[in-house]
Design a protein around this ligand. Structure first.
Ligand code: SF4
Ligand code: SF4
Length: 450
């Protein structure tokens, strides 16, 4: 695609990067076929190609974002299915990230939208605040239909996500978990923000399995949210502040006792941490450290798949379960990790089933399900139907967003992949599995009862 930025515009590194990305697009439109919003809405402006065109016009003319541009960019899930499909290697993620920063800087949103975004940015990344908000939300849940009826759809969507009760707290940092036997590796495990409140059993399972395999696990001091929640809202400075804090915390560990990896169990966070090197490329103090941290970042499935571990030596049970593997967008499109989680599940004895339309997002997408509840609801329903078509006993996924979003949409229990792997290798049965019955009518038993 031809662009016409001036030399003065190209002196801005953000514009120079956008120019490079725009020039790579040949307008072939292959990406439209796998874009969830285009599939649902059928509007070219809700396709990757349409959005690329809107962003080009806005940036080339150095215009403030218009209502129309904001509408179509806001509808983008950042699922990155378009990047998987694109034959020209267009880096849509960096382009839309830049567009969101431009929108945030030049567009004044209506008051309810501003307030909702401020609330999400102030609460979600901080576990103590999020926990307190969920307790308050548990009381306010009953008002969700009322808020929906008076047009406060985002507030209603947010309240519907509030769980009836919170699980007990999991492992808290700073802390070091010693490996069983000879130490084979030393890793930091990202504690995360929302995940440690909503499903602490995920990281607890990761710690058990990693230490069982001979990995020393560190929950680092002064680490916080990875920054992706605010990053996807265009709040660049907040995202970079959160990224710098983590980089400083993990660099201390890497320079101290050494680190083989930064292991991440929420794939949405993993995609962002792997991008720290790019996000901070212009920061003279942090650029080099950010690149080093991005290179160390690894998804838990990616780490385990590359780790010299004989899972069969640990395998104690899989109870003949069939598992529908829900491939989170941030894992399959953002990090190109598709095979490893399924291979690991198969190695541990599970029968893995692929999900029809597995490339399409479930509608969770960070805060998208709150900010765009109608599109998100349609995508969730479609995903739940596809998951149920597999006839599996259980759904496994690698991202807390998919997990939280889908568990209310299907009767099939949903767990994190690592929870299943840990259980199969001798850990406790995940709570979600305790209602699952397997076997024939004559020999029916409850999973995890032993
Ligand atoms: S598939 Fe790639 S090159 Fe083709 S229109 Fe989409 S982004 Fe552009
Ligand atoms: S990131 Fe997802 S929703 Fe956004 S344009 Fe690409 S495919 Fe469509």
């Amino acid at each position: 695609m031809q662009t016409s930025f001036t030399l003065a515009q190209l002196a801005d590194p953000g514009i120079a990067e956008a120019d490079k990305i725009l020039r790579a697009c040949v307008h072939c439109g292959f990406c439209t076929a796998t874009c969830p919003t285009y599939v649902l809405l059928g509007d070219e402006l809700d396709s990757p190609r349409g959005r690329i065109y809107l962003i080009k016009e806005m940036l080339e003319h150095d215009r403030p974002a218009t209502v129309e541009v904001v509408k179509h960019i806001d509808r983008c899930l950042s699922c990155l299915a378009c990047m998987t499909t694109c034959p020209s290697g267009v880096h849509y993620m960096h382009l839309v990230d830049h567009a969101r920063v431009h929108i945030e800087a030049t567009y004044r949103r209506p008051l309810p939208d501003r307030l909702m975004r401020a609330l999400l940015a102030t609460v979600l990344p901080y576990p103590a605040r999020f926990r307190a908000a969920l307790r308050a939300g548990a009381i306010g849940r009953v008002f969700a239909p009322l808020f929906g009826a008076i047009g406060l759809k985002s507030l209603a969507a947010m309240l519907r996500l509030v769980p009836a009760r919170l699980p007990p707290r999991g492992a808290q940092g700073p802390r070091v978990f010693s490996p069983q036997g000879v130490r084979k590796a030393r890793v930091v495990l990202l504690q995360g923000c929302a995940q440690q409140v909503l499903r602490p059993s995920i990281n607890d399972a990761a710690i058990r399995l990693l230490t069982r395999l001979g990995v020393e696990v560190v929950l680092a001091q002064d680490e916080g949210c990875c920054g992706s929640l605010v990053h996807h809202m265009g709040r660049e400075e907040e995202a970079l502040t959160q990224a710098r804090a983590n980089i400083a915390a993990w660099t201390r560990e890497a320079d101290g006792a050494g680190l083989d990896a930064i292991v991440i169990t929420a794939s949405g966070c993993g995609t962002t941490v792997k991008d720290y090197g790019f996000m901070l490329r212009g920061d003279p103090e942090f650029a080099e450290q950010a690149m080093r941290i991005s290179r160390l970042a690894t998804d838990i499935a990616e780490f385990l798949a590359g780790f010299d571990a004989d899972f069969t030596a640990f395998r104690t049970r899989s109870d003949g379960l069939t598992v529908a593997y829900q491939s989170a967008c941030s894992l399959q499109h953002g990090q190109k990790i598709t095979r490893q989680p399924k291979d690991l599940l198969a190695k541990c004895g599970f029968a893995v089933r692929d999900v029809p339309e597995g490339h399409l997002c479930c509608g969770s997408a960070g805060t998208y399900n709150i900010l765009q509840p109608e599109i998100a609801a349609k995508l969730r329903e479609r995903k739940a139907n596809n998951l149920e078509r597999t006839g599996a006993n259980v759904i496994a996924t690698g991202n807390i967003g998919c997990l939280t979003r889908l568990q209310a949409a299907t009767a099939i229990p949903i767990v994190h992949t690592i929870e299943l792997l840990d259980w199969a290798c001798g850990g406790p049965a995940p709570d979600a599995l305790k209602s699952v019955q397997v076997g024939t009518d004559r020999a029916r038993r409850t999973v995890g009862a032993t």
